[in-house]
Design a protein around this ligand. Structure first.
Ligand code: HEM
Length: 225
């Protein structure tokens, strides 16, 4: 136990926690996107409702959700602590701001990206998770998604946040490969393909949902349309 605590207090310990929780969160994204693609079924949300019902009623999935929220918290806290420690360790300012040479600028951009993803998650959970699971709503999950994405500002914010998520995942995969020493030429190509799937295909898949809803399914009664 003591050795685990002292490993976590080192910077490599926090990087390992970030890489492992980040990989777990990526697996969640695959499952979440697969489920959300049912929104395209063109059946007025029947399949999507069925999927939501299974999510809520299955105790294994509820338990995995707790691990998911703990992973999110561990990932965000470790990232923040690492960033503060790095800043303290390197107080002098750089004169030139070149991203390839200036790791402080790269770290700042990553921190900003991570903060935008965090803000996105707060807005996302309060728009969908809380009304559906905590406070309660008359709407079905499908109707809620349709109503939210009928608002152009909400849809544009989603697409913007998903571009930032893509950038964050791209950098995150590079850091995770470094943390685990996966830099050998032999696996490099395979890992780049896996990383591309996560940083490009997954966010693009999510971004297609607000775009599709806004242009093809939106409710015309929305005040901002
Ligand atoms: C843009 C397309 C997306 C749609 C339509 C969508 C929809 C939803 C809905 C309806 C819920 C509530 C499900 C329920 O509890 O019954 C939910 C939950 C959640 N979403 Fe999303 N989501 C999208 C993208 C994302 C992205 C990109 C992330 C992460 C970066 C994310 C993370 C979460 C998390 C952590 C939860 C709570 C856990 C859960 O209920 O599974 N979502 N989402």
């Amino acid at each position: 136990m003591n050795s685990l605590v002292s490993l976590y207090s080192s910077s490599i310990g926090k990087k390992i926690v970030m890489a492992l929780t980040g990989l777990f969160l990526c697996l969640f994204l695959v499952e979440h996107l697969a489920g959300n693609l049912l929104l395209f079924a063109n059946d007025n949300g029947h399949l999507y409702e069925e999927y939501s019902r299974i999510l809520v009623s299955n105790p294994i999935i509820r338990a995995i959700e707790i691990v998911l929220f703990l992973s999110l918290a561990a990932h965000a806290v470790s990232g923040l602590v690492l960033w503060v420690q790095n800043r303290r360790a390197r107080p002098q300012k750089y004169r030139e701001f070149r991203l390839d040479e200036n790791t402080e600028l790269a770290a700042r951009i990553t921190m900003l990206g991570g903060s935008i993803v965090f803000l996105f998650l707060v807005i996302h959970l309060s728009s969908f998770f809380f009304p559906l699971r905590v406070t309660g709503t008359q709407m079905t999950a499908y109707e809620l998604v349709r109503e939210k994405f009928s608002n152009p500002w909400f849809s544009v914010f989603y697409v913007f946040a998903l571009v930032i998520l893509g950038y964050h995942l791209k950098h995150g995969f590079q850091s995770a490969f470094q943390t685990f020493g996966l830099v050998h030429k032999r696996y490099r190509r395979l890992l780049d393909v896996v990383a591309f799937f996560f940083w490009f295909v997954i966010p693009a898949g999510f971004a297609s949902i607000p775009v599709y809803f806004y242009f093809f399914v939106r409710v015309s009664t929305s005040p901002l349309v």
